[in-house]
Every structure is written in structure tokens, then in C-alpha cells.
Design a protein around this ligand. Sequence first.
Ligand code: SF4
Length: 391
Amino acid sequence: MTTIDLPLLPLGRGKDLSAERGVECPGDLPAASDPDLVARAAAAKAALGERVFILGHHYQRDEVVEFADVMGDSFKLAKDAAARPEAEFIVFCGVHFMAESADILTGDDQKVILPDLAAGCSMADMARLGQVEDAWDALTDAGVVDLVVPITYMNSSADIKAFCGKHDGAVCTSSNADVALEWAFAQKGPDTKVLFFPDQHLGRNTAVLKLGYSLADCIVWNPLLPNGGNTVDELRAAKVILWKGHCSVHGRFTAEVVDELRATVPDVQILVHPECAHEVVLKADLVGSTEFIINTVEAAPPGSVWAIGTELNLVKRLAAAHPDQKIVFLDKTVCYCSTMNRIDLPHLVWALESLVEGTVVNQIRVDGETERWAKVALQRMLDLPGRSSRD
Ligand code: SF4
């Protein structure tokens, strides 16, 4: 398979241990060219037996997925981890916020390991706790904070989830964002406002396309500008305040490419994730979470033609699994999640062999106070009616 090996995020390395960007891994990694990597991973996993449980996100490389005990989206994987209390080590082949969620939902005696600490999420990193607290202060000064319910996407750091827990808010996934917003708007009367982090696209697509708000009801909060770049009157008038964050993968898809594919690929259906920009979602035939995309393709008849707007590893796997359908990628260029791709076979081998030797590497720990409040926000999501468990 095609892989990319970029010198990623050098500014984050060794600078800010709390950032989603993370830091460089310690220790000596096996060479990527080592012909024994597959055998070494298999041997280490076998040696650990039931003590280890390996989780693989849908966007991971094939070479890593091969060793996953279970595949899924971030929330499903965190729940899968919680359902394996006998596993001493949870090796999370995903990104940092996912490993945090697994640590929150697993027992105190279980250790969650992220094979490469540089596997962060650029979207999660776009909403930092200090920025969010500043925004809350500005909303207080504007006299509207008592009407605001904070909702954070699962794809956010644990301290942002905790912030939502503390401030009467909740977590949502891309499957239940509409239910979460409906819940939020019922919390503080008819003038309720929702502050949605960190993905402006999921927030806008949900508020406008699912709940019927207008684009004018939504404003964007730019954390780099005073009042998020808004006047006090705009803050008072807004129904939805969208944090200025986005996914670097799903943000790449464009309406122009949709038009081009419709013009050149007969019968193509456009299937995209709601993290895509509003103008792309408007032009799509179907919009839904990672699990929705997988289920849609699996249920489609032979001969179906798809252009899919989500992470490339998943699109390639879907194409390989369904040769009776035509599946193309909704972008002209390679578009992996570069941070997710930090988890490769050398890092997995290194993490597993370290565990076999008795050394726990790259453990992800969420402090007790953060965990307590993040659990409050997660529980509010679990208590929502209907769909609550998909990313
Ligand atoms: S695909 Fe987007 S949201 Fe998911 S981990 Fe990568 S950058 Fe973050």
C-alpha cells in the first residue's frame, strides 16, 4: 500500500506535553525496513495474550489494522476498551484524544498506550482549554453566558470535555450531534445558544441541515480575535456559536470536485462525512458518520458507484472489500490523516515489545478531576434519547 512519511509537526515536539500534537516517542524504534516486523508484532502480541487489547480506528493503516482485536470509530473503541476490564494494557491505534477517552472509560488499573505520542488530532488541537475559558469570559462580559450550553464533539481533548461537563454541557458524536443540539436548545429556554467545539463544519451542518436554523443564526468564534471576531450584538443575536476548528482531512474536499465527478463519472453518488464543509455537504447525496459510510457501502447493490469524502485508508479498504462496486476518492490528491498515520508497524512493534519486557511506554493518563467532569459530559451524551454511540 501507499504510505507517507512526513516530518510532521516539528514545532510540537518536546515543547508542549499537553498538546494533541504530542512529542516525539522515546526509545529506539525498529527500522521500517525490518523484514521481521510482522512476525515481531505477532510474537509480542501472542506473548502478552489476554493482557493486551489492541484497538484500531477505521482510519489506520492496513499494516496496523491487521493486529487490531477490534475496529471502530473513536467512541465505539473507547466503549470496547471499557468492556474488556481483564485487559491490563489497551494499545490504542488511533490519536491522542481517543486514547484519553479510553483512559476515562476504563478502570484505574488498566493502562492505555498510544504507540506514537505524535499521533494527535489537528482538529482537537484547535480548541485549547485556555482559549475556551477566555471565550467563556468574553461571553460572560457580553451578558449572554447564562444562555449558553457548551457542546463538544467527541474529537476534542479531555479537558474540553471536562469544561462541558462543568458548564452544564455535553459531548456529542457525528451520529448524535442533532440529538445533542436539540437537547442543548431545551436547556435554557427559548433564547438558548449553543457553543459548539471544535468542528465548525459538523456544528453548522447539524444546526442548519438537521435542526433548520439558518446560516445567519450561526456565527464563528475565532479564538485569536477579541470576542471571537464578533460584536456584542452579534453574540446576543446568534443561536449557534461555532468554534473556528476543522478537520484537516475532511476540510480538503471541495464542491468543485463534486461537480467534476458528477460530470465525468456516470451514476456516481457522493457520500461524505459531516466534518466536510457546508457547501460540499449540500452537494452530496448522502451524509453521515464513519459507521454510516461503511454501512451504506456494505448495503449497496453490485454496480453502485461512489465518490467518498472521508479518510483515504478507509476509502481504499472499502474499495478493496467491495470489488463489485466502483468506489473512488473525493479528492484529486492523497489525503490520509497524517497524524493518525503516525501509528505504523515500527511504533506498534516497539510498544508491544516494550510491554513484553515489562516497560509501559507512552501511557495516556487523564487526571482525576478532568476525568470526573469529562465523564459527566459523556454521561449526558449517553443519556440522550436514540442514537448515542457512533462517531
Ligand atoms: S481525520 Fe480529522 S478529526 Fe480525525 S483524527 Fe485526523 S485530523 Fe482529527
